[in-house]
Design a protein around this ligand. Structure first.
Ligand code: FPP
Length: 229
């Protein structure tokens, strides 16, 4: 779904990379970096919502992250268990609606229950959205959507888009990746067709309002042609 061309992005995606290196630099365990990363989510997302962004999609846990050592995966799941509600409370109080993209059935039932509770806190279809990609893989999302579309006998762009987790949300205008790598790493592969990409060396726990504002300013100067002249 193409969003209108505007100087402000309607939807931004954030690949929150660099938590592990942030911790290692401080001689801390990697989980300390993830904890610092979680703390940084509410202020950065609040800043984006205040700027007027309609949806922020956060890459919180990729399908591939499950291949990390068991203790790191367990601590990431535990962080979601313990921090998801406090982390989203302020955003929901500001009027945002939280949703999730990804294969949530992987998570223990108590974590799935927390996700459902958070989603049910605000169901206003007109609210700004905080979309948390969790056990998410762009390729798996596309394959899943194609399978359902085929079962329904509608393998058209509309038929496939209807089955994406993000159905109803305009495609991301901006995708930001912190932590210095310059790749999408299986994030929003279908939806990112015409996204403007922003990369920074700043590690996620250190990424803040001033850098985000500078990116918004740069976004406003980019010429988006969507393949046209
Ligand atoms: C990348 O850093 C970050 C992740 C793999 C996970 C990001 C997750 C969070 C910030 C927590 C999500 C929790 C909730 C409650 C939504 P990295 O470990 O790959 O860092 P590195 O590249 O420096 O090793």
């Amino acid at each position: 779904m193409r969003s209108d061309v505007k100087s402000k992005p309607g939807h931004i995606g954030i690949i929150m990379d660099g938590n592990g290196r942030w911790a290692t630099k401080r001689l801390l365990p990697r989980v300390a970096g993830h904890r610092a990363g979680v703390k940084n989510i509410t202020p950065v997302v609040s800043c984006a919502l205040e700027y007027g962004v309609g949806c922020v999609t956060l890459f919180a846990f990729s399908t591939e992250n499950k291949e990390r050592p068991k203790d790191e995966v367990d601590s990431l799941i535990d962080l979601i268990r313990k921090r998801l509600k406090p982390m989203t409370r302020e955003l929901i109080e500001r009027g945002a609606r939280v949703m999730f993209s990804g294969a949530r059935e992987y998570f223990p039932s108590d974590v799935q229950g927390i996700m459902a509770d958070v989603e049910n806190e605000n169901t206003d279809p007109n609210a700004q959205i905080v979309n948390i990609a969790i056990n998410y893989s762009g390729r798996s999302e596309i394959i899943r959507a194609c399978k359902i579309a085929a079962e329904k006998g509608d393998i058209s762009a509309n038929g496939i888009e209807r089955e994406l987790y993000t159905y109803g949300i305009p495609d991301p205008d901006m995708i930001i990746r912190t932590g210095g790598e310059k790749r999408l790493s299986n994030f929003l592969l279908y939806q990112a067709a015409y996204s403007e990409l922003f990369f920074t060396d700043t590690l996620w726990p250190d990424f803040g309002e001033s850098e985000l504002s500078a990116m918004f300013e740069e976004y406003a100067t980019r010429s988006r042609r969507f393949g046209r002249v």
